[in-house]
Design a protein around this ligand. Structure first.
Ligand code: FES
Length: 116
């Protein structure tokens, strides 16, 4: 069995309107924890694993953003990540990155795509 999260894709994640703006939501796709972040009309998806300790980022379900709604935040030690790139810009894993997962919005539907 592959441990890639993207074996049988594309997968319909949710409707764009299901996500607050800004907002975030966690999913389990093929047994892997991922999350999606909405910023305006754009959505970014990442594996839900902090590069600092390899553990899920959220303590509260679906809460992946900081209080500004503009940065992804790891609840454990406060690392902050850019939603657009997954780059850690503050915290113990500064300079590391979340693992991005390609996704696309098509007619209001958010799709998780196969990794290239
Ligand atoms: S586990 Fe995410 S900042 Fe430490």
């Amino acid at each position: 069995m592959s441990n890639q999260p993207t074996d049988k894709l594309p997968v319909a994640l949710c409707q764009l309107d299901d996500l607050a703006d800004p907002g975030s939501q966690g999913f389990v796709v093929q047994g892997r924890r991922i999350f999606a972040v909405r910023q305006g009309q754009r959505v970014f998806a990442y594996l839900n694993s902090c590069p600092h300790r390899g553990i899920p980022l959220e303590w509260v379900p679906d809460q992946f953003l900081d209080s500004s709604g503009r940065l992804i935040q790891c609840a454990s030690h406060g690392a902050l990540f850019l939603p657009e790139t997954g780059e850690c810009v503050a915290g113990p894993c500064s300079g590391d990155r979340l693992l991005p997962l390609p996704c696309r919005i098509e007619e209001g539907q958010v799709w998780l795509l196969p990794s290239p």
